[in-house]
Design a protein around this ligand. Sequence first.
Ligand SMILES: [Fe+2]
Ligand SMILES: [Fe+2]
Length: 250
Amino acid sequence: MTRALKERVDSREARREPPYRSTMELTPEQQKTLGEKLGGIQNYNPVVLREMARKDRRFFAPLIMSILSAEFRGIDFFGRFVVDTEEEVPWHMTLGFARQTFDESRHTLLNMKLLVHLGSSLGEFPDIILGPQRDNIPPEELDPAILLARVNVALEGFALTTFEEIRALAEQTGEEMVAHCHDYNMADEVTHVALGDYWLEKLSQVQPWRKERARAAQQEFETNIAMVRQMARSYMASAQQEQTTNGNGS
Ligand SMILES: [Fe+2]
Ligand SMILES: [Fe+2]
């Protein structure tokens, strides 16, 4: 009999080369350099960067890096999900998520090339951490349906909106390559959200208690994401207000 995937991998630790490095892990010197590049370290947020990129194409690179961070986390999360849930879920679900892991790998390659096209490379900007990390999720929430609700339905749904916004911005500003790549990415993300919806429904049919718990997890996640977006919008609004007051508004 074939051995379970769990028994065939030696480690489930997420590793990357260059290693993950969040803004918090930068040295004071690196934080200063980042702050100089972005007009303040607090601007390292995808919603803020998108508005900045609208006026200056230099900000497309950090914006793409924020997406690329999430794509890497996608490989880690779904790769581990495939291995850890194999024995609890239908085989076709395992295959579906193995396929999604492969898609996320292509997205990282695509966005890495895009970074180079924009004059940057992996490592210039730190990683952005979005959503719960696998090791921070309490054990009772490690049920496949709850994980799916949190990540596939809510986070991928958020990614889809973000890609659409970036694609529209790239089209408006004549960044053809960014628009093209994000159009491609989006097509995959649509299938990822659908895959999550489909399997969440199937798993809930087997164990109906999952439906309520999954809905609550998804809502909690979406509320947090909405809060982050709102904070960034308020920040942008007050920055613009300040510019106008100082007479520099355009
Ligand atoms: Fe992706
Ligand atoms: Fe995805």
